[in-house]
Design a binder for this molecule. Structure first.
Ligand code: SAM
Length: 289
């Protein structure tokens, strides 16, 4: 949660700090839950691409709130490429969701059981080149789906960030192979100006004889005619806006009533630190142009 001028004014950024969430993204998962009631009966959950950890905080709160008396504590596993500050009750794995070894590590924590809920807020570093960003995001979502087919219980739920670009129908088709109910949802706290949305995929039902593997890519996103899903092949999934629609608008600027707060959980090791050190050492001026 950096302190860019846009972020400083953002109402959800400020609310997150006031309410003790590590990132404003917490509100996205909370608002998805308001619409879909995703935490009911959940005991084992996986948070893919979890750092800095606000979705894991939401999972911890909701799974404990919903836990019947005398039931064992919920199991929550969080995975990210980056290190994440510890969170009570959350098992952390620093790993890559595109790797089979990561799936195996997650399964080992569930002692032979599978997960009931898998969430993924994964995002690559955005380049600003829309086609490229959509493509990389799609690949990350497919990696999340791939790992999900290894660790999700039949009947379980998978929620993932998606960029609503021009090839979205291909992704929907892939998801529909595994989930009979796929909905595209846009929480109120997700900026309207962003193409980000979240697919809520319910009732995991893998095809008969489907053998999960991390090897085969699920989707060849080549842009040729053969991959176009047009006419009757086009997949249309319902789109739902969620969160209190008369509540705070994430694209609006609200006056700052209280003193600005520091980030709750500053990055452990920010990716730009190496660049700053190199700049201080005058490295970039020495590189031949
Ligand atoms: N949901 C998080 C929260 O509420 O705090 C925020 C997630 S942040 C938007 C996206 C994360 O995706 C980053 O921390 C990044 O390291 C992670 N990520 C991107 N690619 C990944 C990969 N292949 N494996 C694991 N994590 C990845």
């Amino acid at each position: 949660m950096g302190k860019s001028s846009k972020d400083k004014r953002d109402i959800y950024y400020r609310l997150a700090k006031e309410q003790g969430w590590r990132a404003r993204s917490a509100f996205k998962l909370l608002q998805i839950d308001e619409e879909f009631n995703i935490f009911k009966g959940i005991q084992r959950a996986v948070d893919l691409c979890a750092a800095p950890g606000s979705w894991s905080q939401v999972l911890t709160k909701k799974l404990n709130e919903n836990r019947p008396k005398d039931a064992p504590p919920p199991k929550i596993v969080a995975v990210d490429l980056q290190a994440m500050a510890p969170l009570e009750g959350v098992i952390q794995i620093q790993g890559d969701i595109t790797k089979l070894s990561t799936a195996e590590q997650i399964i080992s924590y569930f002692e032979g059981e599978l997960a009931d809920l898998i969430v993924c807020d994964g995002a690559p570093d955005v380049t600003g080149l829309h086609d490229m960003d959509e493509y990389i995001q799609a690949q990350l979502l497919l990696s999340a789906l791939n790992i999900t087919t290894n660790i999700l219980h039949p009947g379980g739920t998978f929620i993932a960030k998606i960029f609503r670009g021009k090839d979205i129908t291909l992704l929907y088709s892939q998801l529909k192979i595994f989930f009979p109910i796929v909905t595209c949802s846009k929480p109120r706290s997700s900026r309207n100006s962003s193409i980000e949305a979240f697919v809520v995929c319910q009732n995991y039902t893998p095809p008969k004889d489907y053998v999960p593997t991390m090897i085969n890519p699920l989707l060849d996103l080549s842009y040729g005619k053969q991959n176009e899903l047009l006419g009757p092949n086009r997949v249309i999934v319902p789109f739902i806006a969620c969160g209190d629609l008369s509540g705070f608008d994430s694209d609006m600027t609200y006056p700052l009533e209280k003193k600005s707060l520091d980030p709750l959980q500053p990055p452990i090791s920010a990716p730009y630190l190496t660049a700053i050190t190199l700049k201080q050492q005058n490295f970039y001026n020495k590189v031949p142009q």
